[in-house]
Design a protein around this ligand. Structure first.
Ligand code: A2P
Length: 282
């Protein structure tokens, strides 16, 4: 047997794959601080729109032992529960342990995904109501990108209001594209019917760069301007339900405001009138 044929007959060496590895199928960069990506979905993964999972990459080898451990962070799944792929929306922190590397992933690369979805931004954690408010800052839009593409959102509520506050106008692009895509979303149009998206009111605002609407959503609600702009009655516990996802200071401030309107914090085990979750920060 010559050398070439012995090489072809030899068993291929299997490249070791990461534990719980999924393959990246799409990467989109929005600003120097934000990007989104899509990856394959494990066939066994079931989740409720709005939940999060742990995702990440293999960490650097330990200096003493040489062993590598996965570096994982909680990420809201931005795609809806029916989607055959998974989508994530991420910040890029230049010296962040995970996102300094995650921001450089390409199509075909592998990410680690622990298939144990959890979270409180789910319909099950809220009592029935007429109108639902989704309040986001920055990457806190991610769970709402999932819920906005979830048919249950429109069967459960007559009206859906999504507010998104960011520092700069470019940081609104991901959310604006999701909202735009709803108009032609085949599944939603088929399940809910034509014009379901007219139930949606989208209220994007910026705080540090000129845009059509400026200011923090909290200030705009306190002054009443947000309700006037949206043409809706202020929040009341009888009709309104809310989900909050943003930075810590925002979550705390808005929680207090919602409680001032008479809403109460719910959980999976005890559904009430609002729920809150912190957006991912590296
Ligand atoms: P601001 O620019 O006035 O701080 P970040 O990128 O730091 O997470 O912030 C995202 C957005 O959330 C920014 O527009 C920021 O406004 C806003 N924000 C931060 N803290 C609060 C808060 N307590 N209430 C409302 N909005 C907030």
């Amino acid at each position: 047997m010559n050398e070439i044929s012995s090489m072809t007959e030899a068993k291929p060496i299997k490249t070791p794959t990461l534990p719980d590895a999924q393959t990246v199928t799409q990467v989109k960069h929005y600003t120097d601080r934000l990007f989104s990506f899509r990856c394959t979905r494990p066939a066994s993964l079931r989740f409720r729109s709005g939940e999060f999972v742990m995702i990440g990459l293999m960490g650097a080898p330990d200096e003493k032992t040489g062993k590598q451990k996965p570096l994982l962070r909680a990420y809201s799944i931005a795609s809806p529960s029916w989607d055959e792929e998974l989508e994530f929306y991420s910040i890029k922190v230049q010296d962040g342990p995970l996102t300094s590397r995650l921001q450089h992933i390409n199509v075909g690369d592998e990410v680690i995904l622990r298939p144990k979805p959890v979270g409180t931004l789910v319909h099950d954690a809220l009592l029935p109501g007429k109108r639902i408010w989704f309040f986001a800052t920055g990457t806190g839009f991610a769970p709402f990108a999932s819920l906005l593409r979830e048919p249950q959102t429109y069967t459960d509520y007559d009206e859906v209001i999504i507010t998104h506050t960011c520092r700069e106008a470019g940081e609104l692009t991901y959310g604006a594209e999701i909202i735009e895509s709803l108009k032609t979303d085949e599944l939603l149009n088929e399940v809910i019917g034509d014009g379901f998206w007219k139930k949606i009111k989208y209220y994007p605002t910026t705080t540090r760069e000129e845009s059509p609407k400026m200011g923090r959503i909290t200030d705009l609600m306190r002054s009443g301007e947000a309700f006037t702009d949206l043409g809706v009655e202020p929040i009341c516990p009888k009709n309104d339900r809310a989900m909050i996802c943003g930075n810590l200071a925002f979550n705390i401030e808005l929680k207090e405001m919602l409680e001032g309107y008479g809403l109460e914090e719910g959980a999976n085990s005890e559904p009430k009138t609002y729920v809150v979750e912190k957006a991912f920060l590296d």
